[in-house]
Write a protein that binds this ligand. Structure first.
Ligand code: NAP
Ligand code: G4F
Length: 325
């Protein structure tokens, strides 16, 4: 019998699946909220199916969240569910606000009613910094979001702070910078690049078409960041923590490193740009300071840029080598 139980929203996503694996290793009983889809997508959960309990629920639906909290009786709640793609948030701003912003408030209300002692981790984002005035960004950097997604995350961030202050609940924000892995969705730039490079290397495609190559991000490795999420909830008191590597690279540098990892030196001839992938308002440069997380939680990222690119390219090369489409 596990002595601690955790409830995860967004368990089918990149972070949720790595977090489930980490918590199972630590002996937790893990419950994940899964929304109804016509074709269930449990690919990321292959390694944990049968060991996690999946319950129906949706961040759009208050009663299902209340029921999930009540039935799982969690010691810890990790709110990772979101419409998480910035590009889509411009096309579907209201839906993004509903899921990513109000969805967080619905979960907080469900927790307050059914498990007020549970510790809550909320997945805040460096997208909240947006149009940054200072570098590196830390817990005290002002927010200036540049997308409906960033705006929704700022709302959710403050909803968490408000529940902490108003109801003395243990609610913490992890303000995480971009973190990637072979489980990253194919629409995000890193995975689009490593998948595209693998297609070119295996003769399935000839070109890779991207938007703004000059954007810079602080890219880390997702398994490191789920370890930070867990540490945030083991702190004595709730608080807000930046998770980052402290290093930024451009999209162009990621592209070059990915092609070189695949052994393609004339990479520039395979690269195109198309303004359809540009955003109406761009976040040009993000680089975080993880000093507080290191000082207070003993957290440090283990995987740096070149190693991250290698892990992702090799996984996509393997997949495309084994797979004919
Ligand atoms: P992800 O792979 O896109 O996963 C998002 C998860 O949210 C999926 O499990 C998805 O379920 C679920 N979801 C979407 N709409 C939902 C709804 N209406 N009700 C319930 N669940 C819903 O995202 P991720 O990269 O793992 O990120 C996890 C969290 O961290 C997100 O909140 C994201 O915004 C935030 N974040 C991510 C990063 C990063 O670099 N990865 C950085 C900062 C913050 P389906 O499988 O059904 O779609
Ligand atoms: O990979 P991206 O789509 O990630 P973005 O917008 O930074 O958001 C991710 O990180 C956030 C943390 O800061 C999370 F909160 C969020 O949920 C998500 O996980 O784009 C990265 C950069 C952007 O500047 C974008 O304009 O890459 C640029 N880019 C250039 N060409 C492209 C492309 N992005 C995408 N998705 N596709 C392109 O073709």
């Amino acid at each position: 019998m596990a002595d601690r139980s955790a409830l995860i929203t967004g368990i089918t996503g990149q972070d949720g699946s790595y977090l489930a694996e980490l918590l199972l290793k630590k002996g937790y009983q893990v419950t994940g909220i899964v929304r109804r889809l016509s074709s269930p997508n449990l690919n990321n959960l292959a390694q944990v199916l049968g060991r996690v309990k999946l319950v129906d629920g949706d961040l759009m639906d208050q009663s299902s969240l209340s029921q999930a909290v009540k039935s799982s009786g969690p010691d810890e709640i990790y709110n990772l569910g979101a419409q998480s793609f910035v590009g889509t948030s411009f096309a579907q701003p209201v839906l993004t606000g509903e899921i990513t912003g109000l969805g967080t408030l619905r979960l907080l209300a469900a927790a307050r009613e059914n498990a007020p002692q549970a510790k809550i981790y909320h997945a805040s984002s460096s997208e909240m910094f947006g149009h940054v005035g200072a570098e590196p960004q830390d817990e005290n950097t002002p927010f200036h979001p540049r997308s409906p997604y960033g705006v929704a995350k700022v709302y959710a961030y403050w909803a968490c702070v408000n529940y902490r202050e108003a109801y003395s609940m243990f609610v913490s924000n992890g303000i995480l910078f971009n973190h990637e892995s072979p489980r990253r969705g194919l629409e995000f730039v890193t995975r689009k690049i490593t998948d595209g490079v693998a297609r070119i290397a295996t003769g399935k495609a000839d070109t890779l078409t991207l938007g703004n190559l000059d954007a810079r991000r602080d890219w880390g490795y997702a398994p490191d960041y789920v370890d930070l999420m867990w540490r945030v909830l083991q702190a004595k008191s709730p608080g807000d923590y930046v998770g980052a590597t402290g290093e930024a690279h451009s999209v162009r540098e990621f592209v070059q490193a990915a092609f070189e990892t695949a052994g393609i030196s004339d990479w520039q001839k395979h690269l195109r740009t198309d303004s359809q992938f540009n955003r109406p308002s761009e976040v040009f440069n993000l680089r975080g300071s993880p000093a507080k997380a290191k000082r207070e939680l003993g957290w440090e990222p283990t995987t740096r840029f070149k190693e991250l690119v290698k892990i992702m390219v090799e996984a996509d090369l393997k997949r495309h080598g084994e797979n004919s489409n």
